[in-house]
Design a protein around this ligand. Sequence first.
Ligand SMILES: Cc1cc2nc3c(=O)[nH]c(=O)nc-3n(C[C@H](O)[C@H](O)[C@H](O)COP(=O)(O)OP(=O)(O)OC[C@H]3O[C@@H](n4cnc5c(N)ncnc54)[C@H](O)[C@@H]3O)c2cc1C
Length: 396
Amino acid sequence: MASGPDLRTQVGIVGAGPAGLLLSHLLAQRGIDSVLVEDRSRAYCEARQRAGVLEAGSVTLLREAGLAGRLDREGLEHGGIYLQFAGERRHLDFQDLTGRSVTVYAQTEVVKDLIAARVATGGHLEFEVSGTEVADLDTGRPLLRYTTREGTRTEVACDAIAGCDGFHGICRPSFPAGLLTAVEREYPYAWLGILADVPPSTDELIYAHHAHGFALHSLRSPLLSRLYLQVEPDDDIAAWPDERIWAELQTRFALPGWELKEGPILDKGITPMRSFVSSPMRYGRLFLAGDAAHIVPPTGAKGLNLAMSDVAVLADALAGLLGGDPRRADAYSDTCLDRVWRCTHFSWWMTSMLHATPGADTMEAALQLAQLRYVTTSRAAATSLAENYTGYQPPR
Ligand SMILES: Cc1cc2nc3c(=O)[nH]c(=O)nc-3n(C[C@H](O)[C@H](O)[C@H](O)COP(=O)(O)OP(=O)(O)OC[C@H]3O[C@@H](n4cnc5c(N)ncnc54)[C@H](O)[C@@H]3O)c2cc1C
């Protein structure tokens, strides 16, 4: 563009998921302006069913940013989980083990709150853009380009760009060839998730180990339940009519004297399970955060929380960099990857303990049951699970 950039901002942000939205707030609090672009509509972002468990540290972060008004009113604080196996359901009391709890508050609600607060304070958010590109990343003036919903090609000159555009975004592929190292594992199963219009049948999440495969009873509100079934990785949702889903959930959660309540299914889908870590998380003036850099299987409830902890580190790193002190920006990737790998291990460990691997021998199920008995009888083992689940922060 011979005429030069159309806009100027300090930080260009790609993606209006939890990472990009929260970053825009944390930067504004530090007096840093941003332009955030998103290729989906606002309604789509607000309705996308995903995570629902916030670590204690994520709740504190939102509270300190003044973004937890509705979360504090409507979030459901949970002091533990149930592990069900071999016909028994055992409780792990996180409060007793670690003094910490988690909060059940749907990602849809986090995203709605973050968008509403940003719109209310006049933040520059653009939905339904197309053709997003980032360029000149190894200079002090990187460029963000996109076409607005109205069809105007726009170029924004930035001091830095945050790639918060998820696993399938354009920022990670914009790194120069050969710079990134990606470590990946695909699991031989997937999760079929439903959102059901029925009050939860449980007071805490139930993680169930069963010969048919794993099942999870999660919650979204006092009136809405979220439930998951382990299915084949190539399973087709059309092969799972509502009656079949409920019948399989009834089988995997069955416990004498306890009843799983059924209701209309509002949303259902199948999600593949993957562990993925790409490093480094920075090239020049482009910084990746959240799912753009790493993915964990959802068994440990970590993806949303990692996205939020990345941008907490990034906001300080960018404030330093733009103020002339690059030390935190230089340490950004290593600082985040420490916690990313801890969560990657925990998510893999929970996944391996609870899922039935297709074709596995009887030894595997016996080892899983031995591990489940250990974490529900040894205080040391239970504390390790609780510490990771509620949010372990490696020392810096
Ligand atoms: C079914 C499911 C269940 C899950 N359960 C849990 C859970 O219980 N606990 C948990 O912690 N995590 C869970 N996760 C993971 C969690 O939802 C993600 O880790 C989280 O959404 C990551 O946030 P993010 O902002 O990094 O990425 P995203 O939420 O993926 O946001 C990225 C955004 O970038 C946008 N974008 C992409 N490309 C472009 C482009 N070219 N231009 C502009 N915008 C672009 C996308 O539309 C999207 O809005 C779950 C995920 C799924 C799919």
